[in-house]
Design a protein around this ligand. Structure first.
Ligand code: M6R
Length: 364
């Protein structure tokens, strides 16, 4: 039931603080501020390489997770979309962990990749939202997200719950491998537990985002830029906008813009920049200057500090709370989801059932 909401997607966006908290409940212990996995019967310390495979939004969650596994646990991560992975003869050495991320647990390409990895001696972990799904049954290690049923075809709450699970798993692996001290683990747990409140703070900007949606709705193309962990979020933002508003959008690594897409920039192509303040911010500001110098219109999504520094002259700004980098990908998912949602509403498209798309893609 949609309750007071106009669409399932909108309801699901607003459920995120609750379902992320619910999901974290199974992965962190508040009492001693430790990370714990619901079920684990193999040696995480022996893992030398991780392969992540998924499609669509779940793939972008995997891209963020790659940063975490590499930074925290110092384990190399190979990541691919399922439809490519299967056909490229991936090198799978013994002792590898393969992680499959899927809301439905039924996506045909992801399932086929899972079976391929199983046949090739990998330990199989599945981050899935449907506990009775095929992937959940076939995995050695089931890592459930507790997002509840996701009805809208555009994935929203499943994504932030996937991120919450993957952050906890990466931290857990780091602890087991001796790459994360007890103090660092406690710090990670504290930041993860801040996520629900920060998601609420992000949701408070719903009205501002609805008010600026008419500025984006007439565009034919939109570019999303992000760096580091925000690069996958830029791609996720672009995917959401394409899916439900039918506006062509691309997500790009901020630093790659000058290697091609900058040729597209003019006053008709809005550029959405995802850039929390921090060590990478200055670099992104110079990318923004490159856009402005060519008449490009920028929507800057940042915290108060970032907006104070670079918000002037933007077409619009969206203020996010100042958050720890670990949870920034969860928090910055909210404005890109809401922006796509409100643009689609302005355009009058079928938000929950966009044309040509199915909730679960069971054909290869
Ligand atoms: O159920 P899955 O997570 O395996 O689905 C993967 C993609 O089909 C899915 O994320 C798709 O990209 C969504 N419609 C994105 O909003």
């Amino acid at each position: 039931e949609k309750g007071n909401y106009r669409h399932f997607m909108q309801k699901e966006i607003f459920e995120q603080p609750t379902v992320v908290a619910q999901t974290l409940n199974s992965y962190v212990r508040q009492a001693d501020e430790s990370v714990a996995l619901p079920q684990i019967d193999f040696d995480l310390t022996a893992i030398k390489r991780i392969t992540i495979v998924a499609c669509g939004t779940s793939f972008y969650a995997g891209m963020v997770a790659k940063y975490w596994f590499e930074t925290f646990a110092r384990v190399p991560v190979d990541i691919d979309v399922a439809s490519e992975f299967r056909y490229r003869e991936p090198v799978l050495e013994d002792g590898g962990l393969a992680i499959f991320i899927s809301q439905s647990g039924e996506t045909a390409d992801t399932l086929a990749a899972l079976r391929h990895c199983k046949e090739n001696g990998q330990t199989i972990a599945a981050v899935v939202n449907v506990p009775t799904s095929t992937m959940a049954r076939e995995a050695d290690l089931l890592l459930p997200t507790h997002a509840g049923p996701e009805i809208g075809v555009a994935s929203t709450k499943a994504f932030t719950c996937q991120l919450a699970v993957l952050a906890a798993v990466a931290a857990h692996m780091a602890v087991k491998k001796g790459k994360m001290s007890r103090e660092e683990e406690q710090e990670v747990v504290r930041h993860l537990l801040e996520a629900p409140a920060c998601l609420n703070a992000a949701l408070d900007h719903d009205d501002d985002i609805a008010a600026m949606a008419p500025l984006i709705a007439p565009a034919r193309d939109v570019l999303y830029l992000g760096r580091g962990q925000d690069y996958p979020l830029a791609m996720e933002g672009a995917l959401k906008l394409k899916e439900i508003s039918y506006i062509h959008a691309e997500g790009y690594a901020s630093g790659e813009m000058k290697h091609g897409p900058i040729a597209l920039i003019d006053e008709a192509v809005p550029v959405i920049v995802l850039a929390p303040s921090g060590p990478l911010f200055e670099k992104t500001v110079s990318n923004m200057q490159e856009v402005s110098a060519r008449g490009g219109k920028i929507v800057l999504i940042s915290d108060a500090e970032g907006l104070a520094e670079a918000g002037d002259g933007c077409l619009a700004t969206i203020e996010m709370p100042k958050v720890h980098p670990l949870i920034a990908p969860l928090v910055y998912a909210v404005p890109v989801q809401l922006l796509a949602y409100h643009v689609a509403v302005v355009k009058g498209t079928d938000v929950d059932q966009p044309r040509n798309l199915a909730k679960s893609v069971t054909v290869e």
